[in-house]
Design a protein around this ligand. Structure first.
Ligand code: ZN
Length: 237
């Protein structure tokens, strides 16, 4: 089951990556996929993972990277705040999504199954927990975002990398989607503040709940892509 989900997200991630990266080649040392567009005017590029300086020549339409040198004196932060800071959003966000999905399912089942009443009494607690998880994961992702930017400034000397551009764009999209979901959830317009459930009699409440779930689902794809691309910047491939 988890393997299937991973396969689906990997496919979606792959599509986003190719749109962002354009033509690519692999670092001959660590095998990281690098975008040809990041090669500078002198046809040089420093691999962000292993630090080799590559001269990338185009031979009959093939990109041929040749190792010229190694960047030995690269800033190595002792406290790796960014990789640490990714854990809180990635760990908590899926549970917030699960909470919202359970609340929607409970709202649909409520009129059909009167026996659920004792469980549904706890729905407001689940709704509040979902909000707390959302605020924590999206709120802390601001720290993750800025620590990542700082690493790019220092460790990678603000060099252009398709991976970093993708990560900045997706981080901003994640913050917007997360902000939208928090606003909808906190307002009580989608999931009622009193019962914690969606009032299915109100088309507006139902529509807002669907918008919240779509935003949460899209946020899952975005955060999975951010984690995947971040992983390649640590492990190469
Ligand atoms: Zn490399």
């Amino acid at each position: 089951m988890i393997g299937d989900i991973r396969k689906v997200t990997a496919k979606i991630t792959e599509r986003f990556k190719h749109r962002f990266y354009g033509r690519t080649f692999q670092c001959p040392v660590c095998h990281l996929e690098l975008a040809l567009v990041d090669v500078n005017g002198n046809r040089l590029l420093v691999c962000p993972v292993c630090g080799v300086v590559l001269d990338v020549e185009e031979v009959y339409g093939h990109a041929v990277p040749v190792v010229l040198d190694v960047e030995l004196h690269r800033p190595q932060p002792k406290m790796r705040i960014h990789p640490l800071a990714t854990h809180l959003p990635i760990g908590l966000y899926p549970f917030a999504v699960l909470g919202a999905v359970l609340l929607l399912i409970a709202s649909i089942l409520e009129p059909m199954m009167p026996g659920l009443a004792p469980f549904l009494d706890r729905a407001p607690v689940l709704a509040d927990t979902t909000l707390v998880l959302l605020v924590l994961s999206v709120g802390f992702s601001v720290v993750t975002f800025f620590s990542g930017l700082r690493d790019w400034f220092r460790r990678y000397r603000r060099r252009p990398y398709a991976q970093i551009r993708l990560k900045i764009a997706f981080s901003l999209i994640f913050l917007m989607l997360g902000g939208l979901a928090i606003a909808l959830h906190a307002s009580g317009a989608a999931f009622s503040a009193g019962t914690g459930l969606v009032d299915l009699g109100s088309p507006l409440a139902l529509m807002l709940a669907v918008v919240e779930l779509v935003a949460l689902g899209a946020g899952m794809v975005v955060i999975a892509t951010l984690g995947h691309v971040g992983g390649t910047l640590v492990f190469g491939r």
